[in-house]
Design a protein around this ligand. Sequence first.
Ligand code: SF4
Length: 235
Amino acid sequence: MRELLLNWYAKHGRDLPWRHTTDPYAILVSEIMLQQTQVDRVVPRYLAWLERWPTVETLAAASTADVIVAWQGLGYNRRALNLQRAARAVAEGGWPDDLTELPGVGPYTAGAVGNFAFGRDVLPVDVNIRRIQERTGEQFDGSCTQALFDLGATICLARIPRCEICPLAANCPSRGRRYEPERKQSQFEGSFRQRRAVALRAIAAGEAAGDDEAVASLAKDGLVVVTPDGPKLPE
Ligand code: SF4
């Protein structure tokens, strides 16, 4: 299966900008952005980010307010803070062996950075990879990671897998099966998350946020600082 998968990937793999680098900083930026944002939306933001802050040192030295503003629209803004905290930690002490020591880096992201930047044989198992492993009954090694990402995103889809064009179909015990719809992601519209986003945008624009509860929650996460003149982005 591994060979079939890698042959398929060589022909059909997606050309994504972070696949052309082994720079751990660039990989970390891509992985943090991809944690909760779709690939198509991440690509232009990733490129713009690296143009503005091409190295760990430049991001570490940036003002946190600029970093938060640059993250706007990607969602889950705490990721921006953590990314800068991680950059500051690396700028000061280098890359730790255990990447989960960096803020915002859990086992999955550590596995991805370890694999793509440091050449470690780790398979970072996300929801797509887990699905393919369960359906095929196969355990893949770290060299299959990008191929599995693409197979999960384009062929072995959650509900109606496209087995008819799948390179693994001949050996897959789940070939032809259909699956129940998965639980929908919680709605953004009308959510507290949306209120936080609106408040943060207002504060970034120097306007009144007008939502004390959202501001308090943003302040708790370190995304804003409450001053006598009202909430502000951190310096
Ligand atoms: S044959 Fe179907 S279920 Fe099996 S890996 Fe391919 S797409 Fe997924």
